[in-house]
Design a protein around this ligand. Structure first.
Ligand code: ATP
Length: 266
């Protein structure tokens, strides 16, 4: 069994010279007076790619909504030095509107403009350029709902690029993608981080989290934050409860892979 005392001390990743985009200290998040997530200690810097791990109901969405400014912190401090954009999930049920990929990317301009200005020609150029950056220039005029899951995710990344936000929050962007689309999206996220953005990416894939280097584990409170080395068995148990399994996995080159037993299906 793990010693819970080991888990309460945050393990910050090594400090770098990159500018701080966001800093949370003793942050508690929730809806009204009651906190559903406590003890968040987080410093996000330009170039960081942070995997956010946690069970269903662990507090990932609540944290993202707080970082976006949709929810007031229940307590603690949150300093945002830069604009935040979100890349939401794209369930089929929300795809009934006959909008094109370009329309969706262009929506990113709305949050930057004063309320009285509509997106103009320059914004449309920016939206087309952003679709080009995510490899979808050819698909600008296609109906968003007709695109594949991976293409829709990339359109939503393009929308975040149009928002010109240094901080990008991604809510399980890999859910439902085939291996090729997932690879392509992962390369794109790497590129966004290399360009100096800070990314927080909610995922249920522990192996992917290990590759990205920095992890934030949440289960109603912050369990760990730091280099992927913090993903010990005891941290995973505290994050996912008892619901983890050992997999003898030669594919990954080692034999002690630990994964949550129940992935989140949308
Ligand atoms: N609008 C709301 N009002 C009150 N409580 C809420 C609201 N939304 C979520 N909660 C509660 O906050 C807690 C954390 O939920 P949250 O949606 O942040 O988890 P999550 O980690 O994003 O889960 P999932 O992986 O299922 O999306 C849960 O107990 C949930 O019931």
């Amino acid at each position: 069994m793990h010693d819970p005392a080991d888990l309460t001390t945050p393990t910050p990743p090594p400090a770098t010279a990159a500018p701080v985009l966001l800093r949370a200290a003793g942050l508690a998040c929730g809806y009204g007076a009651g906190a559903v997530l406590t003890g968040v200690e987080l410093t996000l810097r330009a170039g960081d790619r942070v995997a956010v791990l946690g069970p269903n109901g662990g507090g990932k969405t609540t944290l993202f909504r707080t970082l976006l400014g949709e929810l007031e912190p229940v307590s603690g401090t949150l300093e945002r030095q830069a604009r935040c954009a979100v890349v939401p999930q794209t369930e089929r049920s929300r795809l009934d509107f006959p909008v094109s990929a370009l329309d969706v990317a262009l929506m990113g301009a709305v949050s930057r403009l004063p309320w009285w200005r509509r997106p103009g020609k320059a914004d449309r150029r920016l939206a087309r350029a952003a679709l080009g950056q995510v490899g979808l220039a050819e698909h600008a005029d296609r109906t968003f709902g007709d695109l594949s899951g991976g293409q829709r995710q990339r359109v939503l990344v393009a929308r975040a690029l149009v928002q010109d936000a240094p901080i990008v929050l991604l809510d399980e962007p890999f859910t439902g993608l085939d291996a090729v689309s997932a690879d392509r999206l992962e390369q794109l996220l790497l590129q966004l981080a290399d360009e100096g953005r800070g990314l927080l990416i909610a995922t249920h894939d522990v192996e992917q989290a290990r590759r990205w280097g920095t992890v934030l584990c949440l289960n109603k409170r912050q369990i760990a934050y730091g280099h992927a080395d913090v993903l010990t068995r005891s941290v995973l148990e505290a994050t996912y409860g008892g619901e983890i399994v050992d997999i003898d996995c030669a594919v990954h080159g080692h034999h002690d892979v630990v994964l949550p037993a129940h992935h989140h299906e949308h």
